[in-house]
Design a protein around this ligand. Structure first.
Ligand code: FES
Ligand code: FES
Length: 156
């Protein structure tokens, strides 16, 4: 059946079963492949997007549950000053190794900074604990979140 969803400020009409995961709509129908499939069971965080600014696992979010909420994917991260600060920090600190988990890491990190502008190490670890990195980039992710927090505070 047809659904109209709002992704990165643009409305898209898709015709899929209501129980289709948002992840597959984004990747297969809309061609937004920045959001990754890892486990399909809300265990790894690779598929994290924002819905109404909250981080959610798109692999277990059915399209019929989304309604008119605002979906934001990693493709739109660079549109905001906070997103740009996160992107710069990720590049400056060379966070990425294979890269597979990193769009989910960035979406979770950005959501953390929106709710806690000055997160402590333990708050970062708690917020990011659902995002698995098989390459073990956790220390660099934590430092990048702290750098981004400073940049956002200073308006860089
Ligand atoms: S693919 Fe969604 S949490 Fe792993
Ligand atoms: S950078 Fe390879 S899984 Fe995280």
């Amino acid at each position: 059946m047809p659904f109209t969803i709002k992704v990165n400020e643009t409305l898209h009409s898709v015709d899929v079963d209501g129980d289709t995961p948002l992840l597959w709509v984004l990747r297969d129908l809309l061609g937004m492949t920045g959001t990754k499939f890892g486990c399909g069971m809300a265990l790894c965080g690779a598929c994290t997007v924002h819905i109404d600014a909250q981080p959610v696992r798109s692999c277990i979010t059915t399209i019929d549950s989304v309604g008119t909420s605002a979906i934001t994917t990693v493709e739109a991260v660079g549109r905001t000053p906070a997103g740009q600060a996160v992107q710069k920090a990720w590049l400056d600190l060379e966070v990425v190794q294979c890269g597979y988990c990193q769009s989910g890491q960035i979406m979770s990190g950005l959501a953390l900074l929106a709710s806690k502008p000055h997160p402590t190490d333990s708050e970062i670890d708690d917020a990011m604990s659902g995002n698995i990195c098989r390459c073990g980039t956790y220390v660099r992710i934590r430092e990048a979140i702290k750098q981004a927090a400073k940049s956002i505070e200073q308006g860089d």
